[in-house]
Write a protein of this length. Structure first.
Lengths: 159, 258
């Protein structure tokens, strides 16, 4: 189900279907991290490579740019899960939301330094920050809903 | 436990081999891009059609019928005025233009729009093509307005970066003043035009055409019309904003000129 959500976010991102077309790349990134919460490292890495490849296929960037980006995110998620050991609400929320924030920073640095996109102004970053806030709030409720439906004994992270 | 751990290393190794093959070997890359686009594009297409339908509905909900008719009229007026002005200019340079057109016998294709998205501040549409289109090919709307340039291409699809993206720069000419400047997108359905001399007689509604100084873009292709031209006392250049007479994200077909 989590993978299906991630795949759906990828499809809607590239299709231009409103309102996903306005939300930008933050939705696929966040759903990728959300899927990572319940996925093993190997599956997550394969998904990262596939998603990165699709992005590289569609966008005029050097091949491997998005593959490396998503692989780094998968490894970050793995390290985060190792650190937290088991699922708990704020831990999961920080992994997804904080992970997206780190991803945004990484993406900005990659774009600015490697691709030389000097038009990424403060005004643009502010609008992206606002979108991030909206999706983070949405993710808060999704993760909360997930916790209301998990085992009473708690669950360990799948590594 | 040991067995599971071995399996994990095998899958990780396999992933490394696949990724490295794609990055290093061009034939593997070509094959995989073609295969993935063949699988992924048909999945994206119905969502794009749904998006077109939703956007069309949103436009109709948010605007009066008269406003829609007005928008259409503005588009046609802009096209007509641009054609008129460009004909006047072309008449003077007729022989030279004929020579250019004769030397650039180029193929064209009528392509279906299959998706649209934005990354950073750049806007893109994806189109279905009958073969691999050279990168840098020019994309026009069915009414002949320049909307973008092909930036990546596989055997059956291409990604077009719209010129409303800040990453695209086009040299333009504003008629009838014949003032040349540089146009950059602003993600707002508007373009910023810089380097127009302060002395140029530029007015609201003047058509903005390509100047033909970019590779592949023929001179005289309509891009938009002037929405505002401001002269600030003491400045060497005018501050010009141009408007796009259509919503490129909402097109269902485009012309691709190779």
């Amino acid at each position: 189900m989590y993978f299906a959500l991630f795949f759906l976010s990828l499809v809607t991102y590239f299709s231009g279907l409103p309102p996903f077309s306005s939300l930008g790349i933050i939705v696929p990134i966040m759903s990728f991290l959300f899927w990572g919460l319940r996925s093993t490292l190997v599956r997550h890495l394969w998904g990262a490579a596939a998603a990165g490849f699709i992005f590289d296929l569609y966008l005029p960037v050097p091949i491997g740019f998005h593959i490396l980006f998503f692989l780094s995110l998968a490894i970050l998620m793995y390290l985060g899960k190792r650190f937290f050991r088991s699922h708990y609400f704020w831990g999961d929320y920080i992994l997804v939301s904080g992970g997206s924030f780190v991803a945004g920073i990484l993406f900005y640095i990659f774009s600015y330094v490697i691709l030389g996109r000097r038009h990424l102004t403060f005004q643009y970053l502010a609008s992206e920050g606002f979108l991030f806030l909206i999706i983070s709030i949405l993710m808060y409720f999704i993760i909360r809903w997930r916790f209301l439906h998990q085992s009473a004994e708690g669950e360990s992270h799948v590594i | 436990m040991q067995h599971r751990s071995n399996g994990r290393w095998i899958f990780l190794g396999l992933l490394g081999v696949v990724v490295m093959s794609i990055l290093v070997f061009a034939p593997v890359r070509r094959f995989s891009t073609s295969a993935v686009s063949k699988i992924f594009s048909p999945i994206v297409r119905p969502f794009h059609l749904a998006g077109t339908w939703v956007r069309g509905g949103m436009i109709r909900l948010s605007a009066w019928e008269g406003a829609i008719a007005n928008q259409d009229a503005i588009e046609h007026l802009a096209v007509d005025k641009a054609v008129f002005e460009s004909l006047k200019k072309e008449n003077a340079d007729f022989r030279a233009l004929l020579a250019i057109r004769a030397s650039t016998k180029r193929n064209g294709e009528y392509a279906e729009v299959t998706g649209g998205f934005h990354e950073d501040r750049d806007e893109y549409i994806t189109i279905a093509t009958s073969g691999e289109i050279p990168e840098g090919s020019v994309v026009l709307s069915p009414s002949g307005i320049l909307i973008g340039i092909v930036r990546t291409s596989t055997a059956d699809q291409a990604t077009v970066r719209l010129i409303s993206s800040p990453s695209e720069t086009v040299t333009v000419s504003i008629l009838p003043a014949n003032a040349e400047g540089v146009l950059v997108g602003d993600n707002n359905g508007e373009y910023q035009i810089s380097l127009i001399p302060g002395s140029a007689q530029v007015h609201t509604g003047d058509p903005v055409l390509s100047a033909g100084r970019n590779e592949n873009i023929l001179p005289g292709t309509l891009i938009g019309y002037v929405a505002e031209a401001l002269y600030v006392s003491g400045d060497t250049f005018l501050s010009v904003r141009a408007k796009v007479p259509l919503d490129a994200m909402n097109l269902d077909h485009v012309f691709v000129i190779e």
